[in-house]
Write a protein that binds this ligand. Structure first.
Ligand SMILES: Cc1cc2nc3c(=O)[nH]c(=O)nc-3n(C[C@H](O)[C@H](O)[C@H](O)COP(=O)(O)O)c2cc1C
Length: 439
């Protein structure tokens, strides 16, 4: 793949985000990475965009790499995007994705900003990767970015195969030949007369290579909505005795993945699904399906439902479930049920984990503090948080606090007498150099 990296950091080669690109270059020698340091050299591009245009035209994919700056991207990248749009070159169908580093504070708005502008230019947008600025220094962070890049490669290969007809018939595995390696449940509220949604579920199950079972909430008794009585806070048991707990804990949560299928109703998943969701308060603030990927089959104009989009993304972030795909029957631009089946199968096979953004990181901090404070009452949550080491309070990181005090002391010294300050950017990159080049 010929990848054009648009490095939007004003720090250019000294950018932390750019180290992730260098890491990928090392790990994926078959992909060709060309880099434009637009953040550091924006003056040059403001004068002349011709080289940039040639580079863009010659690439299979654009990769925006930048730090999140105050909710969005650095102003230099905003300027570059404006300049690119003004060139009026045909970018329709060109793949584009993004990698950011930040502290996850409003990283999702930055990603949306880049996605929206790329859609304006007709590009084929793939979900980006949002890393914490220290992630590349950990084995987990390195693995996550490798998994992400493999995923990007897979999606592009798959889509190309489909457009040139290599994939004919692959999705039509008869139901009896399904592989039982993974077991997926499709939870739906599909009414008898809802042919559109029923068709989507059938198409998905046909295309999906593993076992799938449908649980239709219409066929199960859920006596009422959550009463907010906190009876469940001690040990997770609900005051209702209607079989919901058995359905949820033994039939749904045990699956390797939960796929939700619904028709949009009143800008939501509808009241039956809402009842189902609220009754899950018996799980308190515990992400009991953490690590399992999820997907949605949606009948309706989901692209117009910005609030519902946010809710679904937030749920997967907080639940720790990689959102493999949202298939809709809107047509152009949306995942088809077949693409959804393929993406979910890939996510299961490669154990893809959710890439946390502000929704996940921020939301979990709120829950962490809440459960800690209310541990006397939320006893089931407290046990779970201790067991899963979710109390990651900053005051536990004594070493880092002391190190930053030392950095602060050097910054206070006047810069002409301060050799350390001049070398600060390079110094910060030393641990990355070790990871990329083993130096
Ligand atoms: C002007 C400025 C604004 C920033 N705004 C945000 C922000 O809104 N959210 C966040 O999580 N981090 C923010 N950061 C932190 C950077 O995103 C983070 O340090 C990033 O890893 C730097 O990457 P770079 O070295 O590639 O430039 C900001 C940093 C600066 C200097």
């Amino acid at each position: 793949m010929r990848v054009l990296v648009v490095n939007g950091s004003p720090k250019g080669k000294n950018s932390i985000t750019y180290q992730t690109i260098r890491f990928l270059q090392k790990k994926f020698p078959n992909d060709e990475f060309k880099v434009l340091h637009v953040g550091a050299q924006i003056g040059l591009y403001a004068r002349d965009m011709s080289d940039a245009c040639e580079a863009v035209k010659g690439a299979d994919m654009l990769l925006f790499a930048y730090p999140v700056y105050t909710f969005l991207a650095p102003s230099q990248l905003h300027q570059f995007i404006r300049l690119l749009k003004e060139q009026d070159i045909d970018l329709s169908g060109k793949y584009v994705t993004q990698i950011t580093t930040s502290k996850h504070f409003y990283d999702m708005t930055a990603h949306s900003y880049v996605e929206e502008n790329c859609r304006d230019m007709g590009m084929n947008v793939l979900r980006g990767f949002s890393a914490d600025m220290d992630d590349l220094l950990t084995k987990k962070g390195q693995l996550q970015v490798i998994t992400y890049w493999n995923y990007v490669n897979h999606i592009i290969q798959q889509e190309r195969a489909e457009t040139i007809g290599y994939d004919e018939g692959k999705g039509n595995i008869p139901v009896k030949e399904k592989d039982a390696k993974y077991r997926v449940v499709v939870v739906t509220d599909c009414a008898r007369e809802n042919e559109r949604l029923r068709q989507m579920i059938m198409d998905f199950r046909k295309a999906f290579p593993y076992e799938s079972h449908v649980i239709n909430l219409q066929e199960h008794e859920i006596k009422g909505g959550c009463l907010g009585c906190f009876h469940c806070a001690i040990d997770g048991t609900c005051v209702y005795q209607d079989g919901f707990s058995d359905l949820l804990r033994n039939k749904i949560q045990r699956a390797d993945s939960i796929v939700y299928a619904f028709s949009i109703k009143d800008h939501s998943m509808g009241e039956l699904f809402k009842r189902y969701d609220d009754r899950q308060f018996c799980n308190g603030h515990r992400s009991v399906t953490m690590g399992k990927p999820t997907a949605y089959l949606i009948d309706g104009e989901f692209s117009r439902e910005s609030n519902l989009q946010l809710v679904l993304e937030g749920r997967s972030q907080i639940g720790g479930n990689f959102l493999a795909s949202i298939a809709t029957n809107e047509g152009v631009g949306a995942d088809s049920t077949k693409t959804c089946a393929d993406k979910l199968a890939y996510a299961l096979e490669h154990r893809i984990q959710v890439n946390e953004n502000f929704y996940g990181v921020g939301g979990k901090k709120i829950f962490r503090d809440l459960v800690y404070e209310m541990q006397g009452m939320m006893q089931a949550d407290h046990r779970f948080y201790k067991q899963h080491r979710l109390y990651d309070f900053p005051q536990k990181k004594i070493g880092r606090i002391l190190f930053m005090k030392a950095v602060g002391a050097t910054l206070r010294m006047p810069s002409e007498k301060n050799p350390i300050q001049a070398k600060m950017s390079e110094g910060m990159l030393m641990p990355y150099e070790q990871i990329i080049n083993g130096k």
